[in-house]
Design a protein around this ligand. Sequence first.
Ligand code: HEM
Length: 457
Amino acid sequence: MTTSQADTPLFIPPHAQPLTGDESFAYATWKFLRNPIEGFGPMAYGQPIVSVPSFGKKLHIITDPEGMNAVLSQDFKRFTKTAIDARILGPATKEGLLSVHGEQWKRQRKSVAPMFAKRHMSDLAPLITASMREFTDKLDTRPNIELNGAMAELTFDVLAKALLGDPQGLDKNRLKSATRNVLTSAGTLRPDDLLPLPKWVPRPISPKGASALRKLKKAADQLIAARKKEPQQNDLVSLLIHAEDTKTGRGLSPKEQRDNLIGFFIAGHETTALTLTWALYLVGMHAPTAARIREEVLSVCGEGDITYDDMERLPFTRAVIDETMRLYPPAPMLNRECHEETEILGRKIEVGDTFLLCNYVMHRTERLWDNPLAFDPDRFMRDPSLRAKGSAFMPFGAGPRICVGMAFALMEAVMALGTLVRDYDIEIPMGTFPRPLMTVTLRPEGGVPARLVRREL
Ligand code: HEM
């Protein structure tokens, strides 16, 4: 018999306490600079758009699907990413897809799109399974883990196998630690990043961050040089090397190739790792959800591997992934700057105005969601249109720049969560209640301790 979530009390997991609106401007700013998702109050939660003066221009905070879609889809050509993105991502991936705009972006996006096409996913699924096996072999000898670190290990390994072609001689551990060091030093949001400084103001990087960046660039260069000597293969490195614009015949420059590769190291594992970290935490804290995932996976796949064809037959496991990204969107806030005057949600937008597109708040406001603080995966089962294009659920962004790795990330997350929950008891120590902290991505502050004990099937 299927357990119904409706019969069991809903779990209210950790959330950023909104401001009350009575705080001083200085206190609210301090909260925002320390952890941006804690810097919003009744106005941002209660209204689709809040506009505040910012150094002679306006900063617009949007927490509404119509406004987000206007900026990211309908009007997308009038906007670019802001100096905040350029300052954080620029040193690592200035000429990569994450950072470029206009024709350069279009050309790069077209080059990498075949790697992420739906039809390619079934070829990649067995590589995810292979990484899962190696991961669970280690887990069986080392059941006490910190979830975020362990999930980053798993997703980095998946990235190397599935997208980089698991090259011989690649020192995966060195590459992984350089990427993690870049993410935790140079790639972590600091209070001064939120000041509206122009793009040309240099951003100081710690010696550790600078050294990690050098190592990462060297590793990417080596990977590309080695692959250039081999015949073309069906992976991302080959695609970047052999990309050719059908109209101009032009390929990607060496810097574009390297910056894209680094962009994929960064964007391709941390976000999925965080989705799995929060999902395992939520499932570990709510036994009825664990039981339902287990029952679903066992009924569809038995004790065997989860395959690409199984994806559609695991709607509850997918709903848990979606509900996790609603509560903890790995990219909790996007930003844009206006380059051509327009009107959004009835407001005049001028050149130089900036936008914070805050999906963390949009995913948790009572304006748009019933019982928004509760962990309730069944909301996506009751109403699948909650995840439709243009809806208030936007963990992957929207419009032409929507996450290029979305289908891959969803497949990986469902396969990993389904396998781990079917095969392991997820034990989270009592009283574990990690604060969601925005450091560009949304991490559980201090990590999440867990014990994963293999179940007798
Ligand atoms: C749960 C996992 C993921 C989440 C939540 C996520 C989220 C996002 C979001 C919100 C954006 C849009 C940023 C913006 O418009 O400013 C984005 C873009 C991007 N993502 Fe992901 N991502 C995930 C996984 C991945 C994976 C697995 C890859 C690659 C292997 C990837 C590669 C990229 C790239 C290259 C872009 C830039 C696309 C462009 O500008 O055209 N992401 N992602």
